[in-house]
Design a protein around this ligand. Structure first.
Ligand SMILES: NC(=O)c1ccc[n+]([C@@H]2O[C@H](COP(=O)([O-])OP(=O)(O)OC[C@H]3O[C@@H](n4cnc5c(N)ncnc54)[C@H](OP(=O)(O)O)[C@@H]3O)[C@@H](O)[C@H]2O)c1
Length: 229
């Protein structure tokens, strides 16, 4: 039976992926702060991803892992021209720094035959929307970190696979934060776009994570059929 660690398993996409992996018969560990929000059956691993030493302690408590899903992330609407740098710092810490560190620390727990890391990037990691602000830079960085690690592993003969998922709008609590102060715009976006569900992202994640060991799906871009850009 495989063991998967899912960061951000208390909400949205991470929660749906954790539930899908549980249904698949895997042992699932959920890393987040609100461990009371994890799906039933997911083993809690409380950790604040802004805290590097807490991440190290959390990984020290782990045994074997086969899969790491880095879903934890946050999106403030924070422009470069006048956004609050403390919002940038929190997004960078959780979306990029913690994702890199969790990836590094997971390697020691993977079997010799290789593990699998799935990172949540975004369509905002492929093109910068006008409101992308600092968030988009973190999602470009997720793809860069993923590709760098992939090359490092291949160059040292390691079998671990690295994949990314890059969704457009997914209807989760993340959007409330991103659209804070622009609730009308969120309502309009919801009215115009039949947004992706977290379960649709979990389906794609399952496809990636259950693909044959010889297949490494590097990135999947998913948008609602209504989303133009
Ligand atoms: N929703 C979208 O439209 C969309 C589109 C493209 C990409 N994405 C990406 O998909 C991923 C998941 O987003 P989502 O929409 O599912 O968001 P969400 O529903 O807001 O969930 C975010 C998760 O991240 C965790 N998290 C945030 N800060 C944390 C911290 N300091 N320490 C530990 N965990 C933390 C939260 O857990 P706790 O609060 O319990 O700690 C929560 O489980 C993110 O990386 C996001 O950038 C989302």
């Amino acid at each position: 039976m495989k063991t998967a660690l899912v960061t951000g398993a208390s909400s949205g996409i991470g929660k749906a992926i954790a539930s899908a992996l549980l249904k698949e018969g895997m042992t699932v560990i959920g890393l987040c702060r609100s461990v009371d929000q994890l799906p039933d059956g997911v083993k809690p691993l409380a950790c604040d991803l802004r805290d590097e030493s807490a991440i190290k302690v959390a990984f020290e408590s782990l045994k074997e892992l086969d899969i790491l899903v880095n879903s934890a992330g946050l999106a403030y609407l924070s422009r470069i021209c006048d956004g609050n740098p403390s919002d940038w710092e929190e997004m960078w810490r959780v979306n990029v720094h913690a994702l890199g560190l969790c990836s590094q620390l997971s390697l020691a727990h993977f079997p010799e035959s290789g593990g699998h890391i799935l990172n949540l990037s975004s369509m905002s990691g492929h093109r910068v929307p006008p409101t992308g602000g600092f968030y988009a830079s973190t999602k470009f960085a997720v793809r860069a970190v993923s590709e760098a690690l992939r090359a490092e592993l291949k160059n040292s003969g390691k079998k671990t696979r690295i994949s990314c998922l890059s969704p457009g709008f997914v209807d989760t609590p993340l959007l409330d934060k991103y659209f804070a102060g622009r609730e009308e715009q969120l309502a309009e976006t919801r009215a115009n776009i039949d947004m992706l569900t977290p379960e649709a992202i979990a389906d794609a994640a399952l496809h990636i994570l259950t693909s044959p060991a010889s297949v490494e799906i590097n990135d999947v871009l998913l948008r609602s059929a209504d989303q133009a850009i």
